[in-house]
Design a protein around this ligand. Structure first.
Ligand SMILES: [Zn+2]
Length: 457
């Protein structure tokens, strides 16, 4: 979205159309991540910085004209493309953290919600930093936000076990210098197969939440707390345990919203996700556990995830709706009622074992292949001339992309697929933006293409 020469650059027109679409789906707020590479550009105020500010200023106006709110989230201490984890207990680092936070709060004044996100990436356990360091920092950042952007509402993220990356949630790497590189090398040495975060247990979660709930009255009355049903990457009661007792306590003091990240999409492998039953059941679980005020739906592929986004919005409006009927309703609106069965058939795309993959049905290679053949047949006979939803980029492009994926899945589930050719085609269609912009610092795109090409192997 940010790089001029990427071929996928979004300006006012593209954002306006995206907002039209999510408004039609039923969302009330557009949320984006002020990610570390961009976040640091404020120090130099280079071209990308000023252009981004101008665009997002316009996005605020475009959203408000449509009756939508806008929110950005940022993890305040992960800084720059190289992911430097600045330490609030280091005076120089602390100065930089506060300076950047004020820069952005001022520059994006007019944004309705500002999410103070603990990390991933981000956090610190150097110089005795722990979960209380994040709580203290969040208090300071909240004050800065309201000074620069008085109309904003603060959201406090608890993500992790909880507070990702702070104290014992982060792996302890000896003599760590705050660099992502050394952190990664360190965890490979001490914790084979582990992760730099998600190292907390239920005891640590209890300490963190007790301290947080005690301090919560110090935060603004209208602050929202982002807290899931469980302290694990899938919001389950594993790793840091069951969160429901804390959600109920927090809800007595402040509004709560969930930040159930992987239920809709997860990360890495771009494909047309189909997680509808779990999206709806999760919203129902939340509503029975505590008086949730809101939820979020995450995507890294907004030009492909239309069905997931539509379902996620509908699940927040009415969690009791039947997810299969919602999927057919969507496909009826896009491709015409004679092709509404596509909504059901798309479940066969949910075979990629990535983050948040909890499929309702398991598919044999043969049955999946039969489903893909039916999808191809429907899509080849469908058009989107009468599409009644304002899809962005366009219903025709969505149609084309789905057909491309259906054919790829059919090849992968068919006899003797040329997996190397598929890997290259997948890269070209889904990830070739990395041929034009700097590779993400965790370098996961290559493995995504490889994993996709190995489906059904
Ligand atoms: Zn620190």
């Amino acid at each position: 979205m940010m790089h001029q020469d990427s071929g996928n650059h979004w300006g006012k027109d593209e954002f306006g159309r995206l907002l039209d679409m999510i408004k039609a789906f039923g969302f009330t707020c557009f949320e984006y991540w002020l990610e570390p590479t961009l976040y640091k550009t404020a120090l130099k105020q280079d071209g990308m910085y000023s252009e981004f500010i101008e665009t997002m200023d316009e996005v605020n106006e475009l959203a408000h004209a449509r009756g939508l709110k806008v929110k950005y989230i940022s993890s305040p201490n992960c800084i720059g493309h190289e992911w430097y984890f600045a330490c609030p207990n280091d005076p120089e680092d602390k100065k930089m953290i506060l300076k950047l936070w004020s820069h952005w709060a001022k520059a994006l004044k007019g944004t309705d919600f500002v999410g103070i996100f603990p990390g991933d990436p981000g956090g610190c356990n150097r110089n005795a930093c722990d979960h209380n360091t994040f709580i203290n920092l969040a208090l300071e950042l909240g004050e800065i936000t309201l000074r620069e952007n008085p109309g904003a509402t603060i959201e406090l993220g608890t993500w992790g076990t909880p507070f990702s990356g702070w104290g014992d949630d982060m792996a302890h790497v000896k003599d760590w210098d705050g660099s992502w590189k050394m952190l990664l090398e360190g965890i490979n040495e001490i914790n084979v197969g582990g992760c730099h975060i998600w190292n907390g247990n239920p005891d640590r979660a209890r300490k963190a939440m007790e301290d947080f709930i005690r301090r919560l009255p110090e935060f603004p009355d209208d602050a929202i707390v982002g807290i899931n049903l469980g302290f694990s990457p899938d919001a389950d009661p594993t790793v840091g345990g069951d969160a429901r007792e804390y959600v109920r306590e927090v809800a007595k003091l402040r509004r709560v919203s969930s930040w159930d990240y992987s239920v809709v999409e997860g990360e890495l492998i771009v494909y047309p996700h189909w997680r509808l039953p779990r999206i709806f059941s999760r919203r129902r679980e939340e509503m029975t556990a505590a008086p949730y005020y809101g939820a979020m739906s995450y995507t890294m592929s907004p030009k492909l995830s239309h069905l997931s986004m539509y379902a996620a919005a509908q699940a927040s409006i009415d969690p009791d709706r039947n997810p299969d009927l919602v999927s057919r309703e969507f496909c009826g609106k896009v491709f015409g009622t004679q092709h509404e069965m596509l909504g059901e058939l798309f479940e066969a795309f949910e075979v990629v074992k990535g983050w948040g993959h909890h499929p309702r049905r398991n598919w044999s290679r043969q049955e999946a292949h039969r489903a893909y053949t039916k999808i191809i047949d429907h899509l080849e006979n469908a058009d989107t001339d009468k599409c009644s939803l304002p899809l962005f980029p366009s219903p025709a492009e969505y149609h084309r992309d789905l057909l491309w994926f259906a054919r790829m899945f059919a090849r992968l589930s068919g006899p003797n697929p040329d997996r190397d050719a598929i890997r290259k085609e997948y890269w070209q269609n889904c990830l070739s933006i990395y041929d034009k912009v700097p590779m993400s610092v965790d370098e996961r795109a290559e493995s995504a293409a490889k994993q996709f090409s190995q489906l059904f192997s």
